[in-house]
Design a protein around this ligand. Sequence first.
Ligand code: SF4
Ligand code: SF4
Length: 146
Amino acid sequence: MTQEAFQCTMCGDCCKGKGGIVVSPTDLVRLVETLGLPTDDVIAKYCEKSGSKLKIKIAEDGYCVFFKEGKGCTVHAGKPSVCKAWPFFRGNLIDETSFLLAKEYCPGINPHISHKDFCREALSYLRANNLLATDSEREANALILS
Ligand code: SF4
Ligand code: SF4
């Protein structure tokens, strides 16, 4: 992860809520490998359908089912691309107001970084980590830049 624009403080705020963590087909393969369970079991236990997309379930405490207080993400190696990509989401790249709101929301974003520098680092990071998506039917819109 780039150090200048973003350094996660592990506060866990982005793991809470029903925003919807999309599990793309690629994410599902990675999740299955990480958890060591059959695909059907992973889907049944940890995912839910949302239209044509698959998303991670939210637990009763309002957090993603993989979030544990004091531990953070318990499926780090297998977490979906949107989790790997945040805060470098499409909205924060194309809209400076969204970027400023993201800065207020996420303490990991360097409060001093300009939108231009943020975008430059974002594109470099997303490309280097193969996080850009193309299929709006099955992948997160936040990762579709073109
Ligand atoms: S809100 Fe930001 S700093 Fe907090 S866990 Fe999420 S990415 Fe990390
Ligand atoms: S998979 Fe991990 S990083 Fe992503 S929302 Fe769940 S706990 Fe947070």
